[in-house]
Design a protein around this ligand. Structure first.
Ligand SMILES: *[C@@H]1O[C@H](CO)[C@@H](O)[C@H](O)[C@H]1NC(C)=O
Ligand SMILES: *[C@@H]1O[C@H](CO)[C@@H](O)[C@H](O)[C@H]1NC(C)=O
Ligand SMILES: *[C@@H]1O[C@H](CO)[C@@H](O)[C@H](O)[C@H]1NC(C)=O
Ligand SMILES: *[C@@H]1O[C@H](CO)[C@@H](O)[C@H](O)[C@H]1NC(C)=O
Length: 357
């Protein structure tokens, strides 16, 4: 057993003298990064992201026991309730086999991994209640994750318990961003529960309803990989969004990125009467069935749904046989939806891809 680490580790960092100065530097870098990207794709890596998160506090977690903690949860627990300044919890490469929960009382955590496929948080709960199955749960506001693979490896959506869920990550905080992360589960992978979220250059894998919930989320340059569900022959659906009313600001917006995999799948199915899902400038492989969308297990009218595609490419983007209630959206229809403003990102994201990139 490793020696108990200090509750908080202070690590001075260059360039963060006073918050105002930090803000000024960050603004400079932000506009610089956007302006100079001119045609070239902005790469949001760990150093860039770290430079935008003003803090001196870093807690290090490693499987070896050489640093402050060996358990991600214990590191989270060491952040005081009511925390109000950013704290970096750095996860060195390795597999952390544990369930991790960031409670509402611990905002401003930046969980920084060593890269997706290198730093893993894995557990294997299966439950008829989504939230109980989740490997990783974020309930606090103002949270950032970088370079982590989140996985629920419960045995393949238990054959004998088709109603059981196996969530990899449940995201219930507001102003939550994932950069270069990955999410794996047999199904119900990403419970995008509620709040404004940004997923950037992330990988999401599943078979049925694997991005679901009532979040207000922008998926920028993400890879969606469809796996076959071994329990059933029915075609699964990538999204199951449940926007309830016209006032409800939730919705899933996918920009750029690509969808591919094995088996056949729908882009989405409604859970709420105003469900909203838009795919823009996305590559859709032939894994998307020609009808595109399904109202399976949904008895309400399709009149208020916003299920749209804009400027998508690839064999799965052919829309001649799309269901009548889905839309091929024009430039003017997607204004304000397929931009960072959909999640008010300019107000709270440390860094994001410019809309014109
Ligand atoms: C970081 O540490 C320096 C020196 O102790 C301090 O002046 C500064 O306010 C700290 N910055 C933040 C963001 O906490
Ligand atoms: C879940 O993982 C734990 C720890 O590795 C293991 O002991 C347990 O058998 C696993 N449960 C199932 C259902 O696979
Ligand atoms: C299914 O979920 C229930 C709880 O909702 C749990 O008790 C049971 O063990 C789960 N089944 C499997 C095969 O994991
Ligand atoms: C469900 O979709 C099918 C195919 O587009 C359509 O025929 C049917 O009327 C829809 N059901 C409802 C309740 O809108």
């Amino acid at each position: 057993m490793p020696a108990p680490p200090p509750p908080m580790f202070l690590l001075p960092r260059r360039g963060c003298l006073i918050p105002a100065l930090v803000a000024a530097i960050c603004l400079c870098v932000a506009s610089g990064a956007t302006a100079s990207s001119g045609g070239k794709k902005l790469v949001i890596d760990a150093p860039l992201l770290t430079s935008k998160v003003p803090t001196n506090q870093t807690i290090i977690v490693s499987p070896s026991g050489e640093d402050h903690f060996t358990s991600v949860q214990k590191a989270i627990d060491s952040v005081p309730d009511g925390n109000s300044g950013w704290v970096i919890v750095h996860l060195r490469a390795g597999v952390y086999r544990e369930k991790v929960h960031v409670p509402e009382s611990k905002p401003y955590i930046f969980l920084r991994g060593n890269g997706k496929g290198r730093t893993w948080i894995v557990w294997n709960d299966s439950s008829s209640v989504n939230s109980e199955s989740a490997t990783f749960t974020i309930q606090a506001n103002n949270f950032i994750a970088f370079g982590i693979s989140f996985k629920n490896d419960a045995p393949n959506g238990p054959l004998d318990e088709p109603s059981n869920q196996t969530v990899a990550a449940m995201v219930s905080g507001d102003k939550v961003a994932f950069y270069h992360c990955a999410f794996y589960s047999p199904h119900n992978t990403l419970f995008d529960h509620r709040g404004r979220h940004y997923y950037e250059s992330s990988y999401i894998q599943g078979a049925i309803d694997f991005i679901f919930g009532r979040g207000q989320s922008l998926f920028q340059s993400c890879e969606i990989f469809v796996v076959e569900d071994k329990r059933t022959k029915i075609h699964g659906s990538i999204t199951a969004q449940n926007r309830e009313s016209e006032e409800d600001k939730s919705g899933f917006v996918f920009i750029k990125g690509k969808v591919y995999g094995v088996g056949d799948v729908y882009l989405g199915r409604p859970k709420g009467p105003h469900s909203r899902v838009v795919w823009a400038n996305t590559y859709l492989s032939k894994t998307i069935v020609p009808e595109g969308w399904t109202n399976w297990s949904y008895d309400d009218t399709t009149d208020y749904l916003l299920y749209g595609e804009h400027n998508c490419k690839g064999p799965g983007a052919k829309h001649l046989r799309r269901v009548s209630w889905s839309k091929q959206l024009k430039e003017k229809d997607v204004a304000g939806i397929t931009t960072i403003d959909f999640i008010d990102g300019k107000e709270w994201l440390p860094v994001y891809h410019p809309d014109d990139e």
